[in-house]
Write a protein that binds this ligand. Structure first.
Ligand code: 26Q
Length: 835
């Protein structure tokens, strides 16, 4: 045998590298190396940004090692995997979280001190990865954190938007949007993986042909292709050596596309075409409800679905060849709302057209691997796409959807013979007027699991929104109550409270939040209460200091005041207006001298309005105008303050939630799917004032009625009252409410801006007001009075605060993800060596 006596060439092997040190000495040396050699700076640079990058690289290299180890562990086990498909991952900042999860926080503190740097300053210099709107996007981020902590082989798939959620400026009380070019200074946490680029088809038409086995197949041809390039971000588990992946796709032009134009001599056109392709992932849609019909949005959704599924199938074929018989056993897709639900049709297409499976085998795989989570009860927010648009942009997908629907309609008619009304209601294709594809129905038909995100929400899905479907397939429907990750939302954002907790009950709560229950007995311990109260007061001061600087507050705020906080997207159903009505009522009381036993209150409201949402923008303006009047009135002094917190985002919430006394969760019952801000506040010891809506119901169940300020109509009462709703009669019958409405009406808050709040008044007073705000006014005011009485008794309030924290165990995403895994994904945890 020729060459058999030659010395074999050494194999390329870097696996034997020893792990990087986790002590101060190694951290200092790596920091210096990164600063000087990788970034090429010296001590004269004195630039915060490079110090941040050098530290981030030092931390990231340690993640990379564990990432490889995790990859190998999954590969060796050949384990089942799940994929979380989401148009949004609202990750926020990475540095603090990475240090905490690597167990490096203390060593890094010492390291930076030695180097004469301020860690806090470096942390603050990191921009938020704001690749989401709100609850749904942040939930995805908390989920992948918990998956890594629970050692579950789960990959997040999303889009790498060049521009994330806009930055909100307030000018003359109005929201002004500023683009968020978060990648301007690079992104240390991502690694480009051009070798896994996928090609995505758009346009063109379909043709049938007979393949080499004599089967009829479909080819989708004449398409304009776009490339999807993946960027991977590490997702570390809590001190367990697991590092999972978040893979985000960036759209990019194909070579051929440009070349064709170039050959025709039109260089400028070819560059323009390149832009069209790259536009697809340019910007996040800043709408937390459906923005109907936008072509670019559908392109985004399809790019995510197609790139992710091709990636996963290629990986499968790389290991198993074209044998898909065990694919469904080994893979599961969780669809984060309907946004990625075109995946149902795309998986059919790939299995049939690319891998040559038949319809039935493909459909069996789809129905065994897809699971859908719904996040809204507002019928107007359900996604629909016009059939015409789909036929033009995704002709092959539209054919597949028609066939899925035809098969489904036969099933419905077999189940309910002759019930044509029901067939019309359930059809994936909505008839009458312009034909539309109902994406939620496509997702339900294609999935084996459909879940809501809180008990009440899931119940209402079954009883109202998806009633026909739950009658046909009761076994598909289930609930998975949301949660939040206790690493970011307690351990990292509130280290003072976290260490007080750990001092009493140990630190097992960080990965088993039910252990917080052990705090409950300490609510009776006066010494402990005193310390708890001191920590909370300090957190309030921190919030003020931080905000004072940012807001340029020109008045004093009393830290002994109730810090009454509502931060979330601005939406009529969330009823920031009800909050403002209460503030104006307090103002009226002060002005009329009704201030016996007054309890000072500082109301903080923050949130972004969708740029095209007229009423939401009016609400922001009203809050700011009311704040101006109240905060500058010497009669009011520190009895009452109203502050609008601009540019609310993940990193802002990390400072806000430790400093809240009262958490406002005041949506119209039956409208908020779950809420997750409510959970962050509770975990940090705030007490909730809330309606029986979303997860509030379960929060109250956990903490007990005596530690929760309940008010408002129930969902049934709302539905019942809607029939004969008469807000004018309610206003006329309530002296206080009438005074509030009159004060807005007479222009007290818009002296030189005539008429700007007319639409707000009209909506409040309209019998068609879907949010029925004034119906809950009296009950809200009464509940706020109960809050004041409780707050006046510091011992009693502190007890409530401790008990809220103690009862928040259920609202960890570790519990949520355990439920998803037990009921839907059925993955086996994989331990990674060194963890
Ligand atoms: C859809 C189509 C076109 C453009 C935008 C959208 C779009 C984008 C984002 C629609 C909805 C969203 C986000 C929805 C959302 O955040 N919902 C919230 O999800 C939380 C997590 O489950 C719940 O706690 C909240 O109750 C729910 O409002």
């Amino acid at each position: 045998m020729p060459g058999s006596f030659e010395k074999s060439k050494p194999k390329f092997n870097i696996a034997s590298l020893p792990r990087l040190g986790m002590n101060e000495k190694d951290l200092i040396s790596d920091f210096k190396h990164n600063y000087s050699h990788r970034l090429g700076r010296d001590e004269h640079c004195n630039c915060l940004h490079y110090a941040y990058e050098a530290l981030a690289l030092t931390v990231r290299d340690r993640l990379s090692e564990r990432w490889k180890a995790t990859y190998n562990a999954y590969k060796d086990k050949g384990c089942k995997r799940a994929y979380y498909l989401s148009m949004e991952f609202l990750m926020g900042r990475s540095l603090t979280n990475a240090m905490l999860n690597l167990g490096l926080t203390d060593e890094v503190h010492k390291t930076l001190y030695e180097l004469g740097l301020d860690l806090e300053e470096l942390i603050e210099s990191e921009p938020d990865a704001g690749l989401g709107n709100g609850g749904l996007g942040r939930l995805a981020a908390c989920f992948i954190d918990s998956c890594a902590t629970l050692q579950l082989p789960v990959t997040g798939y999303g889009l790498r938007y060049e521009y994330g959620m806009f930055n909100q400026l307030i000018m003359d009380g109005d929201q002004v949007e500023e683009p968020d070019h978060w990648l301007r200074n690079g992104n240390i946490w991502e690694i480009e993986r051009p070798e896994y680029t996928q090609t995505i088809k758009f346009g063109g038409h379909t043709e049938t042909y007979i393949d080499e086995k004599g089967h009829e197949r479909v080819a989708w041809v004449g398409t304009q292709d776009v490339l999807a390039v993946p960027y991977d971000t590490p997702v570390p588990g809590f001190q367990n050596s697991t590092v999972n992946i978040l893979r985000l796709w960036k759209a990019s032009a194909t070579e051929e596309f440009n070349l064709g134009e170039f050959n025709a001599g039109d260089y400028a056109e070819s560059v323009a075409a390149k832009n069209t392709a790259e536009n697809i992932t340019m910007v996040l849609y800043p709408n937390d409800a459906n923005e109907n019909g936008k072509e670019l949005r559908l392109q985004q959704q399809y790019l995510l679905a197609s790139a992710s599924l091709q990636d996963i199938l290629e990986h499968w074929v790389g290991r198993h060849g074209q044998d898909f018989s065990r694919f469904a056993e080994k893979n599961c897709f969780q669809l984060n709302d309907t946004h990625p639900s075109i995946s149902v049709a795309e998986l059919m297409r790939l299995l049939m057209d690319v891998y040559g499976l038949g319809w039935d085998d493909s459909w069996a795989i789809v129905q065994k691997t897809m699971a859908y989570t719904n996040h809204t009860l507002l019928p107007e927010a359900l996604e629909k796409w016009s059939v015409g648009l789909m036929q033009r942009m995704l002709p092959r997908l539209m054919e597949i959807i028609f066939k899925i629907n035809a098969d489904f309609m036969s099933q419905v008619s077999a189940h309910w013979p002759g019930d044509f009304a029901r067939m019309g209601r359930m059809s994936i294709i909505e008839e009458g007027g312009e034909k539309q594809v109902r994406m939620a129905f496509l997702a339900i038909v294609g999935s084996f699991s459909v879940n809501g995100v809180a008990e009440l929400h899931s119940k209402l899905l079954r009883q109202d929104l998806f009633k026909d479907f739950s009658e046909l397939w009761p076994e598909k429907f289930n609930n998975k109550t949301n949660g939040v990750t206790p690493r970011r939302w307690l351990a990292a954002c509130n280290p003072e409270l976290a260490s007080l907790i750990s001092e009493k009950i140990g630190d097992g709560w960080i990965t088993d939040l039910s252990q917080l229950q052990k705090l409950a007995p300490y609510a009776e311990d006066a010494k402990f209460r005193k310390r708890w109260h001191a920590v909370q007061q300090q957190a309030k001061q921190n919030l003020l200091d931080y905000k004072k600087e940012e807001l340029g507050l020109d008045f004093e705020v009393n830290v002994d005041a109730i810090f009454d906080v509502q931060v979330k997207r601005i939406h009529e159903y969330k009823r920031q207006l009800l909050n403002v009505l209460h503030v104006i009522h307090l103002y009226n009381r002060i002005k009329s001298g009704d201030t016996a036993n007054w309890v000072p209150r500082c109301v903080l409201i923050g949130g972004k309005a969708a740029p095209g949402y007229y009423m939401a923008k009016k609400i922001i303006k009203l809050i700011n105008n009311v704040a101006d009047v109240i905060n500058s009135d010497p009669d009011v002094g520190d009895k009452l303050k109203l502050i609008f917190l601009p540019n609310y985002r993940v990193s802002a919430m990390e400072k806000i939630c430790p400093g809240a006394d009262l958490s406002e969760q005041i949506s119209t019952a039956g409208k908020e799917a779950s809420g997750t801000g409510n959970m962050k506040f509770m975990m940090n010891g705030a007490v909730t004032i809330g309606t029986l809506d979303g997860a509030n119901v379960e929060i109250r169940e956990e903490v007990g009625d005596e530690n929760f300020f309940l008010f408002g109509l129930t969902e049934e009462e709302v539905t019942e009252m809607r029939e004969h709703y008469n807000p004018m009669a309610i206003i006329d019958a309530d002296e206080d409410l009438k005074k509030v409405i009159d004060l807005i009406n007479c222009g007290h808050f818009n002296r030189f801006e005539a008429g700007i709040f007319d639409d707000i008044i009209h909506s409040l007073a309209s019998p068609d007001d879907p949010w029925m705000t004034v119906a809950d006014f009296r009950s809200f005011i009464d509940a706020q009075r109960r809050v004041e009485i409780a707050y006046q008794d510091t011992e009693r309030w502190t007890k409530m605060s401790i008990l809220n924290c103690a009862a928040s165990g259920k609202f960890s995403t570790d519990r949520t993800i355990t439920d998803y895994n037990n009921d839907i994904w059925k993955l086996t945890p994989v331990a990674v060596k060194g963890g």
